[in-house]
Design a protein around this ligand. Structure first.
Ligand code: SF4
Length: 457
């Protein structure tokens, strides 16, 4: 019988999107650890803090898209956004205290993500920027600041606040310019509203516009996919993300039975075809491929925004109940859920919290996991992993540490044979196309086991 890693077995191309390693479903409750919940001041003592990333998470959306398994809730009744910002303020104060002042503390980049940060009103967005600046000490006007938005919430007043406070990159989830496809993905929207939002974003003169599109939607054809790509290209976005559709448990599409399609190899083939067509179309229109999902206009200014699979290095402060933080030893967050009742309970718990001085949920990392993380997050970039960087950091070579995995990838034709001549471990175009199969192949047995024992909620 073939083992799961047998080269003879053709792996399914769409297993999971590895945007962070280890995944949150490998985290555990830290109070159950022998040492108990670690104090943030102890966790951050001795860490480098002169080039931190700051991420603020807003877990609210107007509608729940059918494909979405992010930590977010629909609507915010009874002044919930005010209570959430109050809690964010308390958390920021506690975290800044924990960072201390014995070593220099500086933020090199900031991002507001979600959910939909622009679910907040213009006044609330101003307050969010104040929390980042006045509580955390981030200088938003002098560092890259990336903000996510949606067609229905990208209004002129919100965009004016964001532009004024220093936003350098705005990312809008369009998914499809074809109304029937948007409906099929359970994200109903009118094309005219999408175009109007894009017009407002361009008028706000935020330097980098990113548009997210999805392929593999029920009813989507090569021609309709091309039409969405062309509609996006009309706006000359500095970046485009092309996402394969996934149907995951507990999501809207998962519930309405679209999961049958997930087992369908014809659907895999369709997504691969659309991926290749999309990639080739963008390459022919002056874009460079940064990763499987990310494309950047070759003549675009560098916003210094987050690259796909970024945060390879440690030193990330996440605020809000869906955000992750990374030190060199521990990745931590709060509890995670997709199901609406569970999400609500976690947000209610967060807004009632007074003491934010400890890490609650997380996973300690060791040297072996640091190597995996470095490999994963570099090799999934089109430019590849610089072998000398890895050797300088760990004292060994990837070929020594990951002999089995790399020979498997080589056997499958996923590695670029010319990469080594440039001192790189780099994926071939087919390797890049199979990023969502290759990435999970690099998970450690311990992380795999933790993810397998996670109970979906
Ligand atoms: S995909 Fe984005 S806009 Fe849609 S529900 Fe998820 S977080 Fe909200």
């Amino acid at each position: 019988m073939n083992s799961p890693r047998s080269p003879r077995r053709s792996p399914r191309p769409y297993q999971s999107y590895v945007y962070a390693y280890p995944h949150k479903t490998a985290y555990g409750t830290l109070s159950e650890d022998p040492g108990g919940r670690p104090a943030l001041s102890e966790l951050w003592a001795g860490e480098r803090k002169d080039a931190l990333s700051l991420y603020l998470h807003i877990p609210f959306c107007e509608v729940r898209c059918g494909f979405c398994n992010l930590f977010t809730r629909i609507g915010a009744p009874d002044e919930l956004t005010t209570r959430y910002l109050d809690a964010l303020d308390r958390q920021a104060t506690a975290v800044r205290d924990a960072l201390g002042d014995t070593e220099p503390v500086r933020f090199a980049a900031a991002a507001f993500g979600g959910g939909t940060p622009t679910f907040l009103t213009a006044g609330e967005l101003d307050r969010l920027c104040d929390i980042a600046e006045k509580r955390m000490g981030a200088d938003l006007r002098s560092v890259p600041l990336s903000v996510e938005t949606s067609p229905s919430t990208a209004t002129a007043d919100r965009l004016a606040v964001l532009a004024d406070r220093g936003t350098t990159r705005i990312s809008i989830g369009v998914q499809s310019f074809v109304e029937a496809e948007a409906r099929a993905a359970v994200r109903p929207q009118r094309r005219a509203d999408v175009e109007a939002a894009l017009g407002l974003i361009r008028e706000a003169r935020i330097p980098v516009l990113n548009i997210d599109l999805i392929y593999g939607i029920d009813g989507q054809t090569a021609a309709s996919w091309r039409a969405s790509l062309d509609a996006a290209l009309q706006w000359r976005p500095e970046e485009l993300y092309l996402y394969p559709l996934y149907v995951r448990p507990l999501t809207g599409l998962g519930r309405i039975g679209a999961s049958a399609a997930d087992a369908d190899s014809a659907w895999d083939e369709q997504r691969l075809r659309l991926y290749r067509a999309g990639r080739d179309h963008l390459l022919a229109h002056g874009y460079e491929q940064v990763s499987m999902r990310m494309f950047r206009r070759a003549d675009a200014p560098q916003a210094g925004g987050p690259d796909d699979y970024a945060c390879q290095t440690d030193g990330m402060i996440g605020l809000g109940c869906g955000a992750r933080s990374y030190t060199s030893r521990l990745h931590y967050s709060f509890d995670y859920a997709v199901e609406m009742r569970e999400v609500r309970a976690i947000i209610d718990g967060y807004t009632a919290t007074e003491d934010f001085s400890h890490a609650e949920v997380g996973r300690f990392t060791d040297d072996g996991e640091a190597r995996r993380r470095h490999l994963l997050q570099s090799v999934l970039q089109a430019e590849g992993l610089r072998l000398s960087d890895y050797h300088e950091r760990f004292g060994t070579w990837p070929a020594e540490d990951f002999r089995e995995e790399l020979s498997l990838f080589e056997h499958r034709g996923w590695l670029d044979p010319d990469g080594a001549d440039s001192g790189l471990l780099r994926l071939s175009p087919e390797g890049l196309a199979h990023s969502d199969a290759l990435g999970p192949d690099l998970f450690s047995p311990a992380v795999r086991a933790a993810m397998a024992s996670y109970e979906l909620k």
